[in-house]
Design a protein around this ligand. Structure first.
Ligand code: AP5
Length: 221
């Protein structure tokens, strides 16, 4: 079961992918998280992608394709791809890679969120520096101010690419390079667009409904 979550920056892909992981046992593969981990570790890869990411541009295709291919080989019952593919070359590489293994993408779900909501969502985001739990100043604050609900950590981080001008650049990159994937998957009969506005729980319910239609046995487990 390979589900791709698509949507503009801040559409809620990461939030929903984590819920799919905990509710259905799917493994979240988030290229943005992998690249940020590489930067955090100070690896050669991190050094290579740091300035590209903080400028809001896309990392070269060969780098992210390699990252995803390595992780898709872990033998999990299913995966939710969050932030990949982002270009036609990435989508084609994924199709070829899965095809060689006799597998295919099960569903592509695009979270539709108007641009006017996006900037507010992204600029309000912060993450626990210890466990990575995600929050939002208004929509998803911690229960106790300054303390992570999940691990009790008190260190929070804000992504350098979440400043307003970089978010605007990321939105432009999405429109220019990634939105073209919607017709790519529509032609293959895989795409469902859902409303990504409303509460996190309301969006999760819409997503679960689509997954049950696409993969009735596994998604209702
Ligand atoms: P990446 O990390 O993938 O960022 P993104 O796609 O821009 O997505 P975001 O993480 O900003 O948003 P999201 O949709 O996951 O929303 P979230 O759930 O966090 O990529 C970062 C960079 O890495 C790229 O710019 C590029 O440089 C590079 N990169 C990554 N993948 C690549 C690839 N394949 N190819 C090339 N380069 C690549 O939610 C956002 C906020 O809204 C949170 O605060 C959340 O709490 C809140 N929220 C979520 N849902 C709701 C809701 N329903 N109501 C109210 N608030 C909500």
């Amino acid at each position: 079961m390979i589900t791709i979550l698509m949507g503009a920056p801040g559409a809620g892909k990461g939030t929903q992918a984590k819920l799919l992981e905990s509710n259905y046992g799917l493994v979240q593969l988030a290229t943005g998280d992998m690249l940020r981990a590489a930067i955090g570790s100070g690896s050669a890869l991190g050094e290579q992608v740091k300035s590209i990411m903080s400028a809001g541009s896309l990392v070269p295709d060969d780098i992210v394709i390699k990252l995803i291919e390595q992780r898709l080989s872990t033998g999990a019952i299913g995966y939710v791809l969050d932030g990949f593919p982002r270009t036609p070359a990435q989508a084609e590489a994924l199709e070829q890679f899965l095809g060689k293994r006799g597998e295919a993408v099960t569903a592509v779900i695009a979270l539709d969120v108007p641009e006017s909501y996006i900037v507010e969502r992204v600029t309000g985001r912060f993450t626990c520096g210890s466990c990575g739990a995600g929050y939002h100043r208004v929509y998803r604050p911690t229960a106790v101010d300054g303390v992570c609900d999940q691990c009790g950590g008190k260190n929070f981080v804000v992504r350098p690419d979440d400043q307003q001008e970089v978010v605007e650049k990321r939105l432009a990159v999405y429109a220019e390079q990634t939105a073209a994937l919607l017709p790519f998957y529509e032609q293959r009969g895989l795409l469902t667009k859902i409303d990504g506005t409303g509460t996190v729980e309301a969006v999760a319910e819409r997503l679960a409904h689509v997954l049950k239609l696409r993969n009735p046995v596994k998604a209702s487990a």
